[in-house]
Ligand binder design. Structure first.
Ligand SMILES: [Zn+2]
Length: 415
């Protein structure tokens, strides 16, 4: 029997409701260490995808995990490495934990790992690759394996709610052996645009009242798009928006998710640590306010597309800027020094604040607190240490408000 059940974790955040916002549908493709978003394998790859079961183990060597690599066609030999160090042979002979001989799912079980460090305090990831020998004898290395998560052993109080349902203070654990709660057979799942996978949230509301603004669902393994096998999360799916003049429509899908009207957004976060959640929660307020002035959205300056993010060539540094972004300092002589922000090990996601404009979207600062947005009009400028002010477009908050219907952010206007 192939292991097809899913342990689904729902994290609930009861945040102070400071406003409402959003719009349905946008994809998140950005990566940071800890969840290492995987691209689709190239067309000529013989591998489709892979999974660890479980995807996270204790980093003290005390428990075991299994790797399954799903191939498009038959191969002769598969070996697991970390870097250039050989770890183990995989097999497809129906023995030693392999589900079925000759099904092109190669398996190795019983793997343990001692963490030499935890990059995120009590959580870390570890990377592997497989070396593949095809029937003709040619060899290749496949590096797109999902990372294995390692976590420090710690005590967390949890309790059984009922059969196959457990809870801790911030989390509900649903064991879904029949695969009813998500649309797909993990690790393949289309979590796209909030059009699907709503059952898991309706399940959550069987146990909790409607007092949460954000819910995060973590299917505890790396999940892949069924069409091209790229990693399919993290995503924010806004559930409603009641704030006018921020570039997103007014809508209310709360009932479909089982909420009686409070839920703002849901986030799918298959694997990794929590820093990216700051970014996803920021999408609750869209990040569409610059679309009309071409410093966010699909038609940014130079024809670039940054989706629901600020242009990386703007001064809107922080959580909601596309990668990379600019740091700008005034030279005091009519020119600016511009540095492209270089990301640390976690792409700077842990210490990047929300920009003032984002805080304005959230209703946390008044418009007077938002400085003008500057956008570099020539990303290939030859001297980044002395860029004349004329090379930037600049928009005041008044101009930004005027481009979004005027009147500023209108909170909870009653229809
Ligand atoms: Zn984003």
């Amino acid at each position: 029997m192939r292991n097809c059940h899913a342990l689904i974790t729902l994290l609930a955040a009861a945040l102070i409701t400071i406003g409402f916002y959003a719009q349905p549908c946008f994809a998140e493709d950005e990566g940071a260490i800890g969840f290492r978003t995987l691209p689709a394998p190239p067309a000529d790859s013989v591998v489709s995808y892979a999974r660890w079961t479980p995807a996270v183990i204790f980093g003290d060597g005390s428990d075991k995990t299994k790797l399954e690599v799903y191939f498009k066609s038959s191969v002769r030999k598969v070996k697991l490495y970390t870097g250039s160090s050989f770890i183990a042979d995989l097999n497809d002979d129906g023995e030693d934990g392999d589900a079925r001989a000759g099904d092109n799912i190669w398996t190795v079980g019983g793997l343990t790992k001692n963490a030499y460090s935890y990059q995120m305090g009590d959580y870390g990831i570890y990377g592997y690759n497989v070396k593949i020998t095809r029937h003709g004898g040619s060899e290749e290395t496949y590096n797109n394996l999902p990372s294995l998560g390692l976590v420090k052993r710690q005590k967390t109080k949890s309790w059984k709610v009922k059969r196959n349902v457990y809870a801790s203070r911030y989390t509900l654990f649903l064991i879904d052996k029949q695969g009813r709660f998500l649309d797909g057979k993990l690790p393949l799942c289309a979590v796209y645009c909030g059009k699907s996978n709503k059952q898991v949230f309706r399940e959550f509301y069987k146990y909790y009242n409607d007092k949460f603004d954000f819910l995060t669902v973590m299917p505890v393994c790396t999940i892949y798009r069924p069409n091209d096998y790229a990693e399919n999360v993290p995503y924010c799916v806004p559930v409603q928006n009641k704030v006018r003049n921020i570039g997103v429509p007014i809508f209310d899908d709360t009932a479909e998710f089982g909420s009686k009207g409070r839920l703002q957004s849901i986030v799918y976060h298959s694997f990794g640590y929590g820093a990216i959640l700051d970014h996803e929660v920021g999408h609750n307020w869209g990040i569409k306010i610059g679309d009309a002035l071409a410093f966010s959205g699909a038609n940014c300056q130079y024809g670039q597309t940054y989706g629901w993010h600020y242009s990386p060539y703007s001064t809107l540094t922080g959580q909601m800027a596309a990668f990379p972004h600019l740091e700008l300092s005034d030279n005091g002589d009519g020119t600016y020094n511009v540095k492209k922000y270089s990301y640390g090990g976690d792409y700077g996601m842990t210490d990047r604040c929300y920009s003032k404009l984002t805080l304005y979207l959230m209703g946390l600062v008044p418009p007077d607190d938002v400085p003008p947005v500057m956008i570099l009009t020539d990303p290939d400028y030859p001297n980044y240490s002395k860029i004349p002010a004329g090379k930037f477009d600049s928009f005041t908050i008044e101009e930004i408000m005027a481009a979004n219907g005027g009147g500023g952010r209108l909170l909870r206007l009653v229809d």
